[in-house]
Design a protein around this ligand. Structure first.
Ligand SMILES: Cc1ncc(COP(=O)(O)O)c(C=O)c1O
Length: 385
């Protein structure tokens, strides 16, 4: 069975204590296109729809998407490159994107691997660094995609509650196991939208055991006014892998682009588990054009914040507790089993996000357009009355 994995992946798994039987199980997934057990936000949203049908005019604030879609420069880049789509790499789109990403982040091109979004590298990092003796450690509530991969490959996933201020409890995370494979910090965190300080992140890097990798998922960082991007850790040669996606501020969830940023040896180990590594040239051209834009991030950060502030004012006036999010989503305490509110809002044609068992009375809401949020507010007031 395991002959379905490439020899580097097989060697990597065997050297880290996986049994032949586990290899067969992992191989069968890769053979199936790594589809079934590897979840991402869209899959979670789909599953969380419960019995709720989504009509075409529904308010879709359930998967942390960006209703603005790709920026104008990205759309033009897609249009211009599409006619060259008969070639695998008409103008070295991959190299161009890696160069642009490197100069934006202040790292070298060899510190970048381009992917079709950040879900894939997230899964691959877990495959490359977790094992039966090296668990995946994450926050609770947190973005659980890596944990599902860890469990699937036969590694333990350890969930450490967020601190009272909704930051990652880095001391508890490092202490959670003697030999973690991956410590995962999502900053800002999904689903709370809350921040973990740079001091805390530095503390993890200084105190995690040798052989552990810090996976820093900065999917939502462009929306934050206070979070600091940490490519400096890559330049310092630390055991840190940073994930970037174009699905959030850049509005390209359906176009699919992202990258992993790290020391070349860490990138190579990760890439061992990538099926082909191909990314569509349209996605890469759009990502490169987005990075070249001098205005898109600041504009969208402001739009998102203004709309988020408006919803927060509404919730505050009504006396609801919510997480102090700096992202395009937040958790609100609805003081009853969250599923009841998800279902009741769906009946009002407003689809909100999902539930986390750790916080059964809270639901996640994504920030849509102001019009979306006006509809959310009206439906929420009605449902909660
Ligand atoms: C924290 C986090 N990381 C990664 C992803 C993966 O996104 P994508 O594969 O679209 O880049 C998501 C999606 O919602 C996310 O919330």
């Amino acid at each position: 069975m395991s002959h379905l994995l490439n020899s580097a992946a097989e060697e990597s798994l065997l050297s880290r204590g996986f049994s032949r039987r586990q290899l067969g199980r992992i191989a069968s997934v890769f053979a199936a296109g790594a589809a079934l057990p590897f979840y991402n936000e869209a899959a979670y949203a789909q599953r969380a729809m419960r019995r709720n049908e989504m009509s075409p005019d529904a308010v879709r604030i359930n998967s942390n998407e960006n209703p603005l879609g790709p920026c104008q420069d990205a759309l033009e880049a897609i249009y211009s490159v599409a006619k060259f789509g008969g070639r695998y790499s008409p103008h070295n789109e991959n190299g161009q994107m890696a160069e642009m990403a490197a100069s934006t982040e202040g790292v070298k091109p060899e510190n970048i691997t381009v992917y079709a979004g950040s879900s894939d590298p997230l899964h691959y990092v877990v495959c490359a660094f977790c094992s039966p003796t090296r668990p995946f450690v994450m926050a609770d509530p947190g973005y659980e995609s890596g944990a599902s991969t860890a469990r699937f490959i036969g590694a333990k996933a350890i969930h450490v509650p967020l601190r009272k201020d909704f930051s990652h409890d880095v001391q508890a995370m490092v202490k959670a196991d003697a030999t973690p494979g991956v410590i995962y910090i999502c900053n800002p965190n999904n689903p709370t939208g809350t921040l973990t300080s740079s001091e805390d992140i530095d503390w993890v890097v200084a105190n995690m055991p040798k052989g552990t990798v810090l996976l820093l998922d900065e999917a939502y960082i462009h929306f934050s006014h206070n979070a600091k991007m940490r490519s400096d850790l890559v330049n310092a040669g630390k055991d840190v892998i940073i994930l970037r996606t174009f699905s959030k501020v850049y509005g390209m969830a359906g176009i699919r682009a992202g990258f992993a940023m790290a020391r070349p040896d860490l990138l190579e180990k990760t890439r061992t588990f990538a099926a082909t590594g191909f990314v569509p040239i349209t996605a890469m051209a759009a990502a490169t054009a987005s990075l070249k834009s001098k205005t898109v991030v600041a504009e969208r950060r402001k739009i998102n914040k203004d709309i988020r502030d408006n919803v927060f004012e509404f919730l505050q006036a009504k006396g609801y507790k919510f997480t102090p999010s700096e992202a395009n989503h937040f958790m609100v305490d609805v003081r009853r089993p969250g599923g009841q509110v998800v279902d009741a809002l769906a009946k009002q044609n407003v689809m909100i996000g999902r539930l986390w068992p750790a916080w059964p009375n809270s639901v996640r809401v994504s920030i849509g357009t102001q019009d979306d949020m006006n509809k959310f507010k009206a439906a929420f007031a009605k449902v909660m009355a």
